[in-house]
Write a protein that binds this ligand. Structure first.
Ligand code: ZN
Length: 149
């Protein structure tokens, strides 16, 4: 990855950490789940409203490091309006992107989520980046709580 791109990615992460999108509770949520990453202390609650197999609204609350907060914020933007199948497909591709350290494969389908690709070089951070996604997955499958441990 070239230096300019890396800096740009860093800026997007910092921006989402400073001004997280969709960080609030969702009164009329149909699904919710709480996630915890004991390794870093990240806590996230994901709320979503599913209707006719589509994520019509999604939000999160929680406390965590910059990576987990930015990842949750970016996730809500990526998944809102998608069908449940599409959301699951994005989750799988995201997971693959951040857990394949030797792969330089590009993931254009992931759009802005690609800014988090750099965490694959920092194993400790992978759980921070994937926590919101595991929590979303748990919410979709009706599990109340999830831990990265
Ligand atoms: Zn963290």
């Amino acid at each position: 990855m070239n230096v300019d791109l890396r800096e740009l990615y860093q800026e997007v992460i910092l921006d989402h950490n400073k001004r997280p999108r969709n960080r609030h509770a969702l009164e009329d949520a149909t699904n919710r789940s709480e996630g915890h990453n004991p390794l870093c202390g990240d806590q996230v609650t994901v709320f979503l409203k599913a209707e006719d197999g589509r994520v019509v609204d999604i939000a999160f609350e929680g406390q965590g490091c910059a990576i987990s907060t930015a990842s949750a914020s970016l996730m809500t933007e990526a998944v809102k309006g998608k069908t449940l199948e599409e959301a699951t497909a994005i989750f799988r591709e995201f997971q693959e992107m951040v857990t394949s350290p030797d792969s330089d494969e590009e993931h254009p389908n992931l759009g802005q989520l690609q800014v988090l690709a750099g965490v694959k070089d920092h194993p400790v951070r992978i759980k921070c980046a994937t926590l919101p996604w595991h929590t979303l997955n748990a919410a979709l499958s009706g599990e109340g709580k999830v831990s990265t441990e």
